[in-house]
Design a protein around this ligand. Sequence first.
Ligand SMILES: [Zn+2]
Length: 391
Amino acid sequence: MNKKLTIWITLAVLAAAGAVSCIKQPATSAMDGWEKIGEDTSSGEPDDPEDPDGPENPQTPDDPTPDPPQDEHWFLTRGIVCGWDDVNAPKTLDYIDIARKHGLNTFSIYGGPRGQQVWTNFESDCARYGIDLEYEEHMMSFLLPRNLFNTHPEYFRMNENGVRIDDANGCPSNKDALEIVYRKAQEIGRNYKSTNHKYYFWQDDGGGRCYCPECKDYNASDQALIYENVCIEALKEIDPEAKLCHLCYATTTDPPKKVKPHEDIFLEFAPFYRNWYYPLKDSWVEGVNGMTHAKYLKSLHDHLEVFPVETAQVLEYWLDDSMWSGWNRSQLKEVPWDINVFQSDLETYAKYGIRHITCYTAYVGPQYVMKFGYPDFLIEYADGLRDFVKK
Ligand SMILES: [Zn+2]
């Protein structure tokens, strides 16, 4: 059966049962729909001729709404993660204007036309209003290019049947592969330099771990950390203030057991299998893949025994319309925004000491506005983060 159809039917069934969660569409390739990372993007090509919104709004530097000093807010990071198509129509939906008026301060944009004037203008506008730009993505296919499998299958993971396979991730016990990862980490870091020194080199989406004799006793999070500890050393050579994400998500929901993180690795907690119709504090609620809210709260607690709470970040999906639409932009669904769930979740995260929050807003762009009207939930999300007061 068509994978997209299968997933949508799954979502529909779960929705009908009042227990909607999500299972991300398995990509036919780990790089489907991604940017061509590592390719030269400095060609100075003209602006996108298919800009759906025409020229960007002229800025009004005489009317800035400065963001209050960050230390006035409990949540220091107030972010969004979405695509260039979502933010590149400011006449319809002006993310930068929302950010400057409602206190968002971090954008992670995928699919941006880096190297082109329109992107440079976007970067300048973000800088003008104190919005950091970073880049969150699954990176293993770029850190360890899959085409190396033909000549070096030992760089790649061994599956549970003892067979080397290039479907995802790698064999973190292979020192030669780690050297490649080190060099690639610097290359990617240079091409996707963040303005807040935070980098995100996630493992392959839902990818398996290595079961070779040297790796088998390391869980998926340990194996991710082996790579991340190499990458942070590489990044620090090009950005001494670099911090690198360790993602708690899907296959890495259990914390690492054997490998200790470098001091500049920060936790990103992404509760992808939770249920968004109920607050996370409702521990009895079940999501999918056997995950209950109780298991997620335990996972967060356990991770904070390993990673510093000061830098720990949550990546949420409250506003992720790509997920709600079954990753099918041609069939957008309305975001089932519930401000009460959102505010309760903020209290929950704050109780754990979390001060950094970001959220997917993928597919909440001009097409969304056309179909459902203006997404006031973006304002409520931004205000909610900015105005939150820890009890
Ligand atoms: Zn291995």
